[in-house]
Design a protein around this ligand. Structure first.
Ligand code: SD4
Length: 333
């Protein structure tokens, strides 16, 4: 401590004041995930983390849970593309920069586990479409029926009435009550909730996973940011990890999550890094950005967390030894 500062503290009678322990403490284990639907996802991941399991196993467990349970946006219950087919995107990345991903995967229940298989048993990072499905079948993943979920059918029927090709992720209802206003179509359905989750385990290692059915009513074959390493997910075990939700094309254009992690490397907090990434999207085309939503979520090696979105309404769920809650994200517009 500089002498001048010491004297200042002495005069306040605080010379023996010790910095609180938490200033240097790493908050671990910890799991964060996108949206309020992340609460039960975190609970699944937590079962792994609290027993000393790896962040990698934790994020896979959380992602598998949501692939099984949610309609609209993740897994086979998700909304279809404009041909009426559900195509799934997922990726996973560990603390050693190993990564695996699948895009446009049909009729397989757990794309996140296929992504992990790609990571662990092939020399590749990303498998797409038929090839990804063939790989999944060869690895023992069962082929599910291609039938849409009830809500998927309903939403698709509604969409067919106009069949308007307007690829968009709806912005959360700004008129809703408080920060957790859901994003709903007029017919009462939502078209986002891509699950991105990031975990820091007891050993201090980071991993992340993303799983989604992607943008509803997209062109068959379209991939968003979610299975693209550096766009929908990036993990650097020295620095931190980030994930995203929203209009994937905008995230891919700025290599969104890689950008967030690199900004954290330069010393920015997770929240500020996410904010800067959002600003890049908005500055490129402010008019367009006003019509769309993108949210980033990040954690750093110290277990600090933060998020930022273009529009109001993005939230993230967080679980640690001391917290289990939904946090509203700040926003730009
Ligand atoms: C995509 N980023 O396919 C995904 C969609 C999403 O919440 O995040 N929805 O572009």
């Amino acid at each position: 401590m500089q002498r001048r500062n010491f004297l200042k503290l002495s005069s306040l009678g605080l010379a023996s004041f010790q910095l609180p322990k938490w200033t240097n403490a790493v908050q671990k284990p910890l799991v964060v995930s996108t949206w309020d639907s992340g609460m039960p996802v975190n609970a699944e991941a937590w079962k792994v983390l609290e027993q000393g399991g790896s962040a990698l196993d934790a994020v896979e467990a959380g992602a598998r849970y949501i692939e099984d349970t949610i309609d609209c946006c993740v897994g086979l219950g998700g909304y279809p593309d404009r041909d009426g087919i559900v195509t799934l995107d997922a990726c996973i990345m560990d603390d050693k920069s190993n990564c695996g991903a699948v895009a446009g995967l049909e009729r397989i229940k757990h794309p996140i586990s296929v992504a992990r298989k790609v990571m662990e048993t092939t020399p590749h990072v990303l498998l797409v479409g038929d090839g990804a499905q063939k790989f999944a079948l060869q690895n023992g993943f069962p082929l599910e029926s291609g039938e849409l979920s009830e809500s998927g059918k309903k939403a698709y029927q509604k969409w067919l009435e106009k069949s308007q090709y307007k690829p968009e992720i709806n912005i959360e209802n700004k008129k809703g009550n408080g920060p957790f206003a859901p994003a709903f179509f007029e017919d009462g359905t939502a078209n986002h909730d891509t699950m991105g989750l990031l975990a820091l385990d007891q050993q201090g290692n980071l991993s992340g996973a993303v799983t989604t059915s992607g943008m509803a009513f997209k062109i068959h074959g379209r991939s968003g940011d979610s299975p693209i390493i550096g766009a929908g997910l990036f993990v650097d075990n020295e620095i931190g990890a980030a994930t995203s939700s929203g209009v994937g094309e905008e995230v891919i254009r700025i290599c969104g999550t890689h950008t967030v992690v690199e900004l954290m490397r330069q010393g920015l907090s997770p929240e500020m890094a996410c904010k800067k990434a959002c600003e890049r999207i908005v500055n490129r085309d402010p008019k367009k950005a006003a019509t769309l939503q993108v949210g980033f979520l990040a954690i750093n090696k110290k277990g600090e967390t933060g998020a930022y979105a273009i529009q109001k309404g993005f939230v993230f769920s967080m679980k640690s030894n001391t917290e289990n809650k939904i946090n509203p994200s700040k926003f730009l517009l």
